[in-house]
Design a protein around this ligand. Structure first.
Ligand code: PLP
Length: 390
């Protein structure tokens, strides 16, 4: 059978994730030091795992409400109010999802009619452009540069807006660059969203991982006039080291949550109950663990950025997440050649910047959610590799 003809055109047109391609090469190799996977190296804190186990012990193995356990939504509401300074009604304005991944998918499917444009800043997380296409939208990337510290400048956003624009999709701190937007940039983005009547989707999955305490995280949802047009996406994977629990949430005005819920109830029904119980424990008692993990990432970030710059790979100091994004153009290699040869010759895995959109070309994503000793060894190996290229 000619299966290509059986697959929907818009799905066939989507490329496979560049990260996945690269990690298929890594698999099966021994002694690789990986700065590749965007996942905490910490195991989920014990008290959170215990809450999941206890949930099973008590025999809580059923479906929950489609929106998620009300007790969890109440915890989310309190947490979001404290942390983001914006209030959401747990009964109507919060939907618990299977990771932020699901929340992105159903938000886009709920909002877009075929041909609607979604503007996002690039380099960006690998799922954004495919998720837009799968929702029959048109992906409109706005290139951000190292000189702009990879923030989205309002004037660039303004230039990308057309009569078909429907959504602006932002992610600060950013995967893969670690970029953080200033309040001023967020205010400029908010002003444009209001002027052009756009919905803003904001993926704030790395918001707890901000390292410059004098510049605390600001959510665009909390800016004047923005709650009514913002979908705030957040989850437990990164700050609480809970990737395998597959839990996230969306906070938004009730009609948007209702539309997303319709898709969620048919596609997913609900998020797993044991993960939801664990998430309540994370929100209620997890802050000390979050702070300890953040402090550890902070130390690793400072070390890695300093070493990469010493090695001659120009690297801006990212304000958040757990990625650095050094410039490898001076070596004369493309980002893919650099990453492949680093893997072949030094057994160090980093992701080519081009996996995060064409504007990531010339850069490398290094994830420092890896043991400090491995980061130290990796930088020695990167130094040997770069010296050999000279
Ligand atoms: N959004 C961003 C920016 C990410 O980096 C990731 C995972 O790497 C996700 C969403 C997916 O998160 P989740 O595990 O909650 O599905």
């Amino acid at each position: 059978m000619d299966y290509q003809r059986k697959i929907a055109h818009h799905v066939a047109s989507i490329p496979r994730s560049g990260i996945r391609d690269f990690f298929e090469l890594v698999q099966g190799r021994d002694d690789v030091i990986s700065l590749g996977v965007g996942e905490p190296d910490f195991v989920t804190p014990w008290h959170i795992r215990e809450a999941a186990i206890y949930s099973l012990e008590k025999g809580q193995t059923s479906y929950t409400s489609n929106l998620g356990l009300l007790s969890l939504r109440k915890s989310i509401s309190r947490y979001v109010e404290n942390f983001f300074h914006v209030g959401y009604d747990p009964a109507r304005e919060i939907l618990v999802t299977v990771g932020v991944s699901e929340a992105i998918d159903i938000a886009l499917r709920a909002l877009l009619n075929p041909g609607d444009e979604v503007i996002f800043h690039e380099p960006c997380y690998v799922s954004y452009s495919p998720s837009i296409v799968m929702a029959h939208g048109v992906a409109v990337p706005v290139v951000t540069t190292q000189e702009e510290e990879f923030s989205l400048k309002p004037e660039k956003l303004a230039a990308a807006i057309t009569p078909k624009s429907r959504v602006v999709f932002i992610n600060f701190p950013t995967n893969p660059t670690g970029a953080c937007a200033s309040r001023e940039d967020l205010e400029g983005i908010a002003k444009l969203a209001i002027e052009h009547d756009l919905i803003v989707m904001t993926d704030e999955i790395y918001s707890e991982l901000r390292y410059d305490q004098e510049q605390p995280h600001v959510s665009i949802a909390a800016l004047p006039g923005m709650k009514e047009r913002t979908i705030l996406l957040h989850g437990f994977s990164k700050a609480f080291a809970m990737t395998g629990f597959r839990l996230g949430y969306a906070c938004a005005p009730q009609p948007i949550i209702e539309a997303m819920m319709k898709i969620h109830q048919y596609a997913m029904l609900c998020a797993p109950i044991m993960s939801q119980n664990a998430a309540i424990e994370a929100l209620e008692h997890g802050q000390p663990s979050v702070v300890a993990m953040r402090d550890s990432y902070h130390e690793r970030r400072d070390f890695l950025v300093k070493r990469l710059n010493e090695i001659g790979l120009s690297c801006h100091m990212p304000g958040g997440a757990f990625y650095v994004f050094p410039d490898v153009r001076a070596t004369g290699l493309s980002s893919k050649e650099f990453a492949m040869r680093l893997l072949e010759e030094e057994n160090v895995a980093c992701v080519p910047g081009s996996a995060f959109g064409p504007s990531g070309e010339g850069f490398l994503r290094c994830c420092y959610a890896t043991a400090f000793e491995d980061i130290r060894k990796a930088t020695e190996k990167i130094e040997c590799f770069v010296n050999r290229l000279r």
